[in-house]
Design a protein around this ligand. Sequence first.
Ligand code: DQA
Length: 146
Amino acid sequence: MRVLVLNGPNLGRLGTREPEVYGYATHADLVELCEATGRELGLEVTVRQTDHEGEMLGWLHEAAGLGAPVVLNAAAWTHYSIAVRDAAAQLTAPLVEVHISNVHKREPFRHTSYLSDIATGVIVGLGVQGYALALRWIADNAARDA
Ligand code: DQA
């Protein structure tokens, strides 16, 4: 089963970006973790990152067309983008919203998500391991429908 792992703005700078908040794993480490987890679980995992909202919308449209599950860290767009929400709402397979940091322990503006109420589930605050957990859940629960 094909699964898209989609990362939004500033996540390409993982490892150097506020490591006390996001940890020291780089985006390349994150890609490796997701690909290795995918191999273990028999999933065909594609990981992408963009700082451009239109590009993210295109990837969500692609996932909707494929009927593929998505692991989405929309980063800052989570908190204000109706366009990302509207694109994510078109998905027909499970959507897992992931945040590396525990957004609920942070500034109040991060407590609002335009995605959580349309997501199948949400994983926050477990670092980059949250992505691996999301893929495990998809392998166990979404593979049957693919
Ligand atoms: C984030 C949390 C967001 O509030 C923030 O804008 C990010 C990363 C996380 O993974 O913890 O860029 O989505």
